[in-house]
Design a protein around this ligand. Sequence first.
Ligand code: ME8
Length: 524
Amino acid sequence: MAETDTSPFYITTAISYPNGRPHIGHAYEAIAADVIARFQRLQGRRVRFQTGTDEHGLKMARKAEEQGRTPSDLADEMSSYFRDMCDALNVSYDRFIRTSEPDHHRASQAIWQAMEAAGDLYLDRYEGWYSVRDEAYYDASELVEGEGDEKLSPQGTPVEWTIEESWFFRLSKYEQPLLELLRTPGFLEPASRRNEMIAFVEQGLRDLSVSRTSFDWGVKVPGSDNHVMYVWVDALTNYLTGLGYPDEISEGMNTFWPASLHLIGKDIVRFHTIYWPAFLMSAKLPVPQKVFGHGFLLNRGQKESKSLGNVTDPLELAERFGVDALRYFLMREVAFGQDGSYSPEAIVLRANAELANSFGNLAQRTLSMIAKNMDGRLEVNFSPAEADLELRNTVNDASRTLLPKAFEQLSFSTGIEDWLRAVYACNQYVDEQAPWALKKSDPDRMRVVLTILFQQLRTLAIAIQPVTPEKAAALLDQLGIPENERTYAAIDNDTWFDRLVASGFTVAPPTPLFPRLELPAEGE
Ligand code: ME8
């Protein structure tokens, strides 16, 4: 057995623009990051997990103006919905950061000063295209034609011609180190996103405009009071703020920087794998170990938008189908890294087939038979038959080897499928052993069979905790497993069963874990 890796693990999501309420894409990213954070905790790692809201910039300022309110008022209201969403979805963040917070202004000014000290900032005039929706500068060569002669960004958003005095960052200086970084295996995943970034750097990097003078909703540039930082400079710095940067002896920085993983969507890979590492190199800080750009979630194959009227509130989905069913669906349905689609029907089909009818039913029938036919008392001191050992191997292999290996590689759907195969093996074992028939023909064997199943339920429940934390905990409670014995390493502990029995534990008649969901009515 390999020794447990207890090293620190720092994971972040993108921080969301609170210019509206959270949508399903935000929920998807928060849930995926939470699955990783919980998985790493169960592996024994010391985890720090940060998420939050990105509150500055022109996009926020304009939205607030449209609504006749201040940007800070808009941010206060909307940011609270993002935090509520995380709480409702059981997202176990350690810090929910808001970039309007004072410690974040201090950290952003500190990294600015470090870049200035490196000689990487100079004052000039910016003349070029800017997309407020993307909060991004684009070179004329990157633009595409929209309707009429309207120019659009490569993401299809409107751009406007901008001329203003601006501070510039010497991005061009970092071409070579960035190419080396982008070619480092594992730095940017999935690998399919790598070539695009390498091509972007290879065609030559222009220095980046990093301050604005035409509005003031942002972090002030030190020593240049009429400038606020370009929103991405401060936004990216959030990952340091949460660790106590710039305090020299900050425990957070010493322990958790460089980040183990920035989890983001595919549309903001350029900011995280080109601009961000360059800022860090300039400030003489280590670069993150990995950036993963996940795919987009579509509603029945379509992008959600107000004009199509198909925007879904993730909390409504969670309320209707259950938080864990939604989490399970999102992680199971889509190969992580690729785009995926969801619909109420697809959620119901998966949740019913895999959670209610397979895992839930396995727990329900095993525990009720133990409660009813064995007075809740488990069998001790038996020698397992070959079929029992085989089942135990299958379940252990899925839970201790296959699922963790897949989750380590962020292949959640594969890992869950491995786990599900072990659930199916248990159900097949129930059918083959037919404990209801053994009740009459061989009650001793019935007790062994049900006890073996009880033990497999424990392993399966421990393994799936990152995905369905609430339901897994509810099952582990019913199985009498103490909270401090639910890590992956605990699966191998061979004294747990004797201790449980010795404690006088009995199985109570179970409460169903996953109720069967109803298919939505036509047109929903
Ligand atoms: O980009 N499916 O904020 P944001 C999956 N503030 N993911 C999606 C998605 C979808 N349909 N739509 C958006 C920003 N996302 C910046 C980030 S980080 C220092 C600053 C993802 O609110 C998107 O890719 O537009 C991003 O990772 C996150 O949601 C927040 O998007």
